[in-house]
Design a protein around this ligand. Sequence first.
Ligand code: F6R
Length: 255
Amino acid sequence: MKILFADNYHSMSRKAANIISAQLILNPHSVLGLPTGSSPIGTYQQLIEWYRKGDLDFSGCHTVNLDEYVGLAARDSQSYAWFMHQNLFSQINIDPANTHLPDGTQTDAAAECQRYNDLIHKLGGVDLQFLGIGPNGHIGFNEPGSAFEKETHCVALTESTIQANARFFASSDQVPTHAYTMGMKAIMQARKILLIASGAAKAGILYDALFGPITPQVPGSIVQLHPDITVVADQDALSVILSRQPQQVSGRTPC
Ligand code: F6R
């Protein structure tokens, strides 16, 4: 596991975008696993900027997103499909047919999860899985207590995740209660993982995920077992790790 230091959110985003760019340059046909949320927005903005400068080409790659709310259509402004369209896909030269998310309008959960698993396998698996981490340690929507061995499945969101995501909705009672999410098994099958974290609110959980016991109670802790994981986090998110395991953190140079 490599843990890279970033001064702040902007620097974290640039370092993460550099890693994604390297992946795309080395393999233009990469399958990228992507998250939504506040953490990756700066990375997506940086990738867009480099694309506009002519340094990046997304025409050959595929993306598979981690998750989608059950009940929301892609054109719903709160859906993750819409988030991805607005924050990345509409601003780069990716073929929309190569962008994949679970379909939140599908009511047959088993069939939709099977379709998504089959799709990921058909694409040859994920080359680089980009991840954020929730305040309770969730990855995708794999909430504490989720079995590690699951592929895509339907989950009931915990109250803490509903409250954390309420900031994107008019009120917390509008946050959907269920989501389709890639499971920890599918995430761990990615060839590489890139995990980002920013802000003091993530400091405790980042330490627990990377240095605590590997337990379903902290879903993100499973990444400790991945053979090729890079973590990029800013100073605030690294504060607990820097106080207890400073020798594990590298990359204190600008990027
Ligand atoms: C969303 C996802 C979630 C987020 C997590 C952190 O697709 O996978 O696990 O990464 O909730 O969200 P932010 O970045 O908003 O703190």
